[in-house]
Design a protein around this ligand. Structure first.
Ligand SMILES: Cc1cc2nc3c(=O)[nH]c(=O)nc-3n(C[C@H](O)[C@H](O)[C@H](O)COP(=O)(O)O)c2cc1C
Length: 237
């Protein structure tokens, strides 16, 4: 009888072990990844940022929300009004005015650069929405390579240092536009569009897309846990 009980116990322990081993990969994956949905929010004045957004949409099987500016931004006058509004951090009338982003865990915001800032319609959209608990990637398009001036150190001529620090400051503003609304800012990618063919723009966007897939493969919870652990280690030194 005693022998039987022991045998039963061994069998139950073995079954529990098998169940645990089978469940373990799923539990680990749950802690490190999520299969959340991705929304791409895009504004485009002349179609280049839209090309980037469409490429990312295909790569990430994402939904896409196109923001329209109610102000006419076409032609020379439209260019000037865009420059003016961006320079003075003004808002504009956008359509849709607001959007429900609650069902998405990942957001990709695609915007042209206007005067080294986000375009006015995207600036308006960001100021109107909360992104708590969401991972956000920013993708900008522009004439210039925004990292061009990063090669200069403090011995470089004044103008080169000036532009390096100016662009760094603008980059920080892009980041804080997201974090101020509760978003977890992951990365800022940039696509240079001056003199680039559509195929080149698509290829550049697709390269970023492959990296963004990796960026999104770790959950916010796992990132926060890692950040807290790093802070704890730094504090204990
Ligand atoms: C008002 C205005 C200001 C701009 N300022 C910049 C700038 O500071 N740096 C830059 O690299 N490109 C600048 N550009 C160029 C656009 O960012 C670039 O052409 C972009 O790829 C256009 O995207 P879209 O076709 O989606 O509108 C500016 C464009 C406009 C209309």
């Amino acid at each position: 009888m005693k022998h039987n009980k022991q045998w039963l116990f061994v069998q139950a322990a073995a079954v529990s072990m098998v169940v645990l081993l089978l469940a373990l990969p799923g539990i680990c994956r749950g802690a490190e990844q999520n299969n959340g949905k991705t929304l791409i929010i895009v504004y485009s004045r002349t179609g280049k940022s839209m090309l980037v957004a469409q490429t990312l949409k295909t790569r990430l099987a994402a939904d896409l929300l196109a923001i329209k500016d109610q102000k006419d931004r076409s032609g020379f006058l439209g260019y000037c009004s865009a420059g003016y509004d961006a320079f003075f951090d003004r808002h504009t009338q956008i359509e849709p005015q607001t959007a429900d982003v609650s069902q998405y865990e990942h957001l990709i915001i695609v915007s042209p650069i206007w005067n080294w800032k986000l375009s006015t319609p995207i600036h308006t959209f960001l100021d109107r929405h909360r992104f708590d608990g969401k991972q956000v990637v920013m993708v900008t398009t522009g004439n210039n390579d925004i990292r061009k001036y990063e090669q200069y150190d403090d011995r470089a001529p004044f103008l080169k240092r000036f532009f390096r620090d100016y662009i760094r400051g603008k980059s920080k503003t892009v980041r804080s536009a997201v974090t101020a609304q509760g978003g977890y800012f992951l990365k800022h990618y940039h696509v240079e569009t001056l003199d680039a063919s559509d195929q080149e723009i698509v290829a550049r966007a697709d390269q970023h897309g492959a990296r963004i897939v990796e960026d999104f493969s770790v959950s916010v919870a796992a990132r926060q846990q890692r950040d807290a652990e790093l802070l704890r280690i730094a504090g204990s030194r």
